[in-house]
Design a binder for this molecule. Structure first.
Ligand code: ZN
Length: 294
């Protein structure tokens, strides 16, 4: 704003209020421009804060990175619940690690460890643990390492199958970000095995999923792994269940249709192959040496 909108008030003593930014738009504009010029890493650093945590295994007090709640902007959601975020990926900061003893868990579980389980961490993780200093901003490879350390801790304390399965599912998603389908499949399989076992042996919710959401995830993991018949069983159970939420029924119908469409395509491809008249066998071309023998 170049013109002084308060001109005329000089006689009242206000003669030095040039360049008034009445709605602070200029300030906001400058802030926006500053953000535009930041590197991705600087942008991410701005969205993080340090949170003080006490390790339930060794009482070490340490700071862990956490994502400001207002920071996570969702871009889209995959059919198996994987959320793709803009700017910063909260999954990268999901695992908390005590650098003193090597205890690690997803943040939701970090403090929920029993005394008998802390003994197992002290016995099996702590003696082997090499402390590591991570950079301020994490990337997908760091996230995979941290999720794997968390999974190892869950294994050592013999955590519930649902916890291990959720941990595996998140590792699969990290590999999806890397477009590493081989490792993604390995961890989707592990996740499915865990959720299957949890569905029949644990009470609901499984991790944070109610019964129908668990059924949907099991159906969807089966679909992603190509177990179509098994997948259709779970989806149709949801579709016909009187108590299932209509949103989940719709999602199940969509995924069921995907399978059917893919199967129809395959069938029609097989049929058209079968319909084609076999190509007449061409006479073998005369080889280089044949002219010597004709
Ligand atoms: Zn510790």
């Amino acid at each position: 704003m170049s013109k002084n909108i308060f001109s005329g008030l000089e006689d009242l003593g206000f003669d030095d209020i040039d360049e008034i930014d009445l709605y602070h738009t200029k300030k906001e504009q400058i802030k926006k421009e500053e953000i535009l010029h930041l590197t991705d890493e600087e942008k991410q650093r701005n969205l993080l804060y340090n949170r003080e945590v006490t390790c339930p295994v060794c009482d070490n007090v340490f700071k862990t990175k956490a994502v400001k709640t207002s920071a996570a902007r969702i871009l889209r959601k995959d059919s198996d619940s994987f959320i793709i975020f803009d700017v910063i990926n909260p999954y990268f900061y999901d695992v908390w690690i005590c650098n003193k003893c090597g205890y690690a868990a997803m943040k939701r579980d970090f403090n929920k460890i029993r005394n008998s389980e802390t003994e197992l961490v002290k016995e099996k993780i702590k003696p082997k643990w090499h402390p590591k200093t991570y950079p301020d901003v994490y990337n997908v490879n760091i996230a995979i390492e941290r999720f794997k350390l968390s999974l190892l801790n869950y294994y050592v304390i013999d955590a519930k199958a649902s916890k291990k399965a959720m941990n595996c599912l998140k590792i699969a998603w990290m590999y999806r970000l890397l477009k590493d389908s081989e490792n993604e499949t390995t961890f989707l399989k592990q996740a499915l095995e865990g959720f299957n076992s949890a569905y029949f042996n644990e009470g609901f919710p499984l991790y944070n999923m109610d019964k129908f959401t668990s059924m949907y995830i099991i159906g969807e993991l089966n679909r992603r792994l190509g177990n179509n018949d098994e997948s259709l069983k779970w989806f149709s159970q949801i579709i016909t269940a009187p108590g299932a939420p209509s949103k989940l029924k719709d999602k199940s119908r969509d995924q069921r249709d995907l399978i059917k469409e893919a199967e129809d395509l395959e069938k029609s491809a097989d049929k058209s192959n079968a319909d084609e008249t076999p190509i007449k066998e061409e006479k073998p071309k005369r080889g280089f040496f044949s002219k010597f023998f004709s």
